[in-house]
Design a protein around this ligand. Structure first.
Ligand code: PMP
Length: 389
């Protein structure tokens, strides 16, 4: 029996870019210790008070079907936070709670894409993007941001592909590059969306991890609230990756459609998790800064190590838990370098090529292990790169 072409095509016939990661996991399973700088997940677990609140909510009986768009208190809290941070008037009717940002990405595209529509996205990209777009029956079209522009996408490059397209997906602070889009970049993106009548899907799951510059939500730019769907999540901001809690912010009419979609797919998010998410949001900005702090610290450690050599160049990373390193001076591709580094020094990184053609000759390093181990791995990586030149 044949599976649907839609589901068979999720990977588009290519790889999912996780070969180095899988090889590292195989080595670990076979008893070889590996330093893993691969996955975008904190080296701490969800804070005990959040778990205690989750337990309290469950024991109090919030274990039945929960409200499908999300419990009103949580939708209100997110709406208030978005209004405060962006200045765009936002109510619970603009908020749909989802099982994580990934689900929000898929749902957003389902809301605006008809089968076969062109959905634009920026290369380098988070590994799931093209598959998410294909899963939503879109035809994904990647637009290269240039390494020479520090991976800030050019409006003209987007405009060149915008005729006839339906949507554009952007992500700032960015995974994999750590780049925070400037106001100019975002104004350019907004202009293209208005000129070509595109929906903008803005993935802002790293909005609490900003080391330089300011996070600007493009929904706040002129004429954008009516055509923008913002993807949010508690995974990165509150170290709640396993709780699967995120949201879509958008026009009320789209949220109403997303409630229908959720009714026929996820049937909502567990109530005890939503209550814990509300509790976590109420811990406020200080708690979010505390969760982000280790990455800020490790970025300084990495920049210090990198400043003492000249083989490896960092892409200026204003945010997120990653560094993108240009290793092209070694003459190796990102893929070959990552495999060699794993083989020789048992350090696992992600080849830039996993995130699209634009990041060829680069490596993504996740700053997700403790400081001393991270510093040692960065030093080894730089020494190894130098040994290849
Ligand atoms: N967007 C980006 C850019 C990500 O890096 C991730 C997770 N790595 C997600 C969305 C999805 O995260 P989650 O589903 O855990 O919210």
């Amino acid at each position: 029996m044949q599976a649907s072409s839609r589901i068979e095509n999720i990977l588009g016939g290519g790889s999912d870019g996780w070969e180095v990661f899988a090889r590292a996991r195989d080595m670990i399973a076979a008893g070889t210790p590996v330093t893993e700088l691969t996955i975008g997940e904190h080296d701490i677990r969800t804070a005990a008070p959040i778990l205690q609140d989750m337990h309290r909510a469950a024991v109090a009986g919030h274990t039945g079907y929960a409200s499908i768009p999300g419990i009103p208190e949580l939708r209100d809290a997110i709406a208030a936070r978005v209004s405060r941070q962006t200045g765009v008037p936002t109510t619970r009717d603009n908020i749909m709670i989802t099982p994580g940002g990934q689900s929000a990405l898929f749902a957003s595209h389902m809301a605006v894409i008809d089968p076969g529509d062109t959905a634009l996205y920026i290369d380098p990209f988070y590994a799931t993007y093209p598959g998410t777009l294909r899963g939503a029956s879109a035809t994904p079209v990647a637009i290269k941001a240039r390494a020479g522009d520090a991976f800030q996408p050019r409006a003209a490059d987007i405009a060149a592909h915008a005729a006839g397209a339906k949507s554009l997906l952007v992500n700032s602070p960015n995974n994999p590059t750590g780049v925070v889009y400037t106001r100019d970049t975002l104004e350019g993106i907004a202009q293209v969306c208005r000129d070509h009548d595109l929906w903008l899907i803005s993935d802002e799951v790293y909005d609490t991890q900003v080391w330089e510059g300011d996070h600007i939500s493009p929904r706040a730019l002129e004429g954008m609230a009516e055509r923008t769907l913002v993807v949010g999540s508690m995974s990165k901001s509150h170290a709640m990756t396993g709780s699967r809690i995120g949201w879509v912010v958008g026009p009320a009419q789209i949220i109403a459609h997303l409630i229908n979609l959720a009714t026929h797919t996820t049937y909502g998010v567990p109530g005890y998790i939503q209550e814990a998410a509300l509790f976590a949001l109420e811990l406020g900005a200080d708690f979010e800064a505390e969760i982000a702090e280790p990455f800020r610290r490790r970025r300084t450690i990495a920049l210090d190590i990198l400043s003492r050599q000249n083989t490896v160049n960092a892409v200026p990373n204003g945010g997120a838990m990653y560094m993108m390193l240009d290793i092209s001076a070694t003459g190796l591709s990102g893929d070959a370098f990552a495999h060699a580094l794993l083989e020789k020094h048992h350090i696992a990184t992600m080849p830039g090529e996993s995130f699209g053609a634009a990041a060829a000759g680069h490596l993504r390093v996740a700053m997700t292990i403790e400081d001393a181990g991270f510093a040692a791995a960065m030093q080894t990586l730089c020494d190894f790169a130098k040994s290849l030149t």
